[in-house]
Design a protein around this ligand. Structure first.
Ligand code: ADP
Length: 437
């Protein structure tokens, strides 16, 4: 599922960014090509204006001069004298086989543009020199040209100089530019694909981990619920065929296992709420020493029953109040003390202590120290995980491996910290740090 989503997000991310890149490069290409055409046309117009200015100052047209201009600018120039093409190109010795048709096409394109070429703007017969620039495409040469026709009307003789500038070189430049852009775009798309793959992978990883954790939680929860349920079903079956004297025993088992299931479901709901950030903390000013005293009093009978010594250590000076949810913190103390009782053999000692620290941030520190079986360094890494139980405590009935996970969530919701360390004299020390506010 995540692999498919990863692929889909990658395609979506890379696809959208690539589309934007391609649109931007097409826009850039369009603007740059228009500029290239414009500047080429302007350069051509400037050349023609210079030629026209020179022609206006001289009385005759020098073929050598035209040949020089043609060679310098890579133009094709024709001279038409009174409607008859002057074979100027032959003189140069570089006859283009299409030149005659090119000339004809140029003149036809020019004629189709001119309304009345022999009349000036006032309607009088035109006299002097004028020039017109335009663009035309020649199907035989498959080329496009900028053309200029300079009309020289002197003493009722009309000479025309046709100047053609092929756009083939410009088209080649544009083609090269387009190929370069395609290559750059392809490289950009490849880079975007790789980047999107890693980026979306990084984004999806926490979701995937969360999903895996949820799956593990569901699997572990189902496993834990099945045990009491099987006992209930089996006891119920036995109860039906049992004698009246045996029946209360089976009913007792059913009740006990039902309670066990109920507690497990409560724990799971607490964790589910914390996972959905719906863990409600109702803060109020609380005297932390009262909280510890209550927990001590609640566990003293149980410790006495198990032949354990429970002691309470409180600061001698009066303490400030702590802003916390008293029920939730009492639940944390109950989990820690319950574990200490469960994992400390008979004759052991348990200490509940409260300290007031003013070092970095003012905080209350509650410690539960026992002289029990202790926790190995490897186990310390997992004890706050959901459903984690160390191998040696698996046989302890009624322990689902959720207590410390719940304690962790509660302390975390108070912006506090919970940790565990070894008791130098054997056993473990659980430390809960709570900020004052
Ligand atoms: P459980 O309900 O099984 O005690 P917890 O989440 O409270 O689950 O604890 C997780 C595991 O951490 C326990 O199974 C046990 O192995 C270990 N543990 C917790 N408290 C102690 C302790 N005081 N001494 C030794 N081991 C402990």
């Amino acid at each position: 599922m995540f692999r498919k989503a990863h692929l889909l997000f990658t395609i979506l991310c890379a696809g959208s960014t690539s589309a934007i890149t391609i649109i931007m490069s097409l826009l850039y290409l369009h603007v740059s090509e228009s500029n290239l055409y414009d500047s080429q046309f302007r350069a051509f117009q400037n050349d023609v204006s210079t030629i026209t200015a020179s022609l206006e100052q001289s009385t005759y047209v020098s073929m050598q001069w035209l040949a020089r201009i043609e060679a310098q600018n890579d133009y094709t120039i024709f001279v038409v004298d009174n409607g008859t093409p002057f074979l100027y190109n032959n003189l140069r010795g570089s006859v283009d086989p299409n030149s005659q048709s090119l000339l004809a096409e140029g003149l036809t394109a020019h004629d189709s543009m001119s309304v009345n070429e022999d009349l000036d703007s006032q309607g009088n017969t035109y006299s002097g020199i004028r020039h017109t620039e335009f663009e035309f495409a020649s199907p035989p040469t498959q080329s496009t040209y900028y053309a200029s026709i300079i009309d020289i009307n002197r003493e009722s003789t009309l000479s025309q100089i046709v100047i053609l500038c092929s756009l083939a070189t410009l088209h080649e430049t544009i083609l090269r530019q387009r190929i370069l852009f395609i290559l750059i775009d392809l490289a950009a798309i490849a880079a975007l694909l790789v980047f999107s793959w890693f980026f979306t992978g990084k984004l999806l990883r926490p979701l995937q981990e969360n999903h895996e954790k949820q799956m593990q939680f569901i699997a572990a929860a189902s496993h834990e619920l099945r045990t009491p349920l099987s006992v209930i079903l089996a006891s119920n079956e036995c109860c039906q065929s049992a004698s009246p004297e045996e029946q209360p025993g089976f009913s007792g088992t059913i009740r006990r296992e039902g309670k066990r299931m109920n507690r497990l479901i409560d724990d799971m709901l607490t964790l589910a709420h914390s996972g959905m950030n719906r863990f409600l903390i109702e803060r109020k000013p609380v005297e932390p020493d009262t909280l510890c005293l209550n927990a001590y009093e609640a566990f003293e009978p149980l410790c006495a029953q198990k032949n354990l010594t429970l002691s309470l250590s409180l600061p001698e000076t009066p303490l400030a109040r702590c802003s916390c949810d008293p029920d939730r913190i009492a639940q944390v103390l109950s989990i820690l003390l319950n574990n200490a009782v469960s994992y400390t053999p008979e004759g052991g000692q348990i200490e509940l202590a409260l300290h007031y620290r003013r070092e970095h941030r003012t905080s209350f520190e509650i410690t539960v120290t026992d002289t029990g079986i202790g926790i190995s360094d490897e186990e310390k890494k997992h004890i706050f995980d959901h459903f984690y139980r160390a191998e040696k405590s698996r046989s302890t009935k009624g322990h689902f491996g959720l207590g410390l996970a719940i304690a962790y969530e509660i302390v975390n919701a108070h912006h506090g910290k919970i940790s565990v360390r070894d008791n130098p004299t054997g056993g473990s020390v659980f430390v809960v740090k709570l900020p004052e506010k």
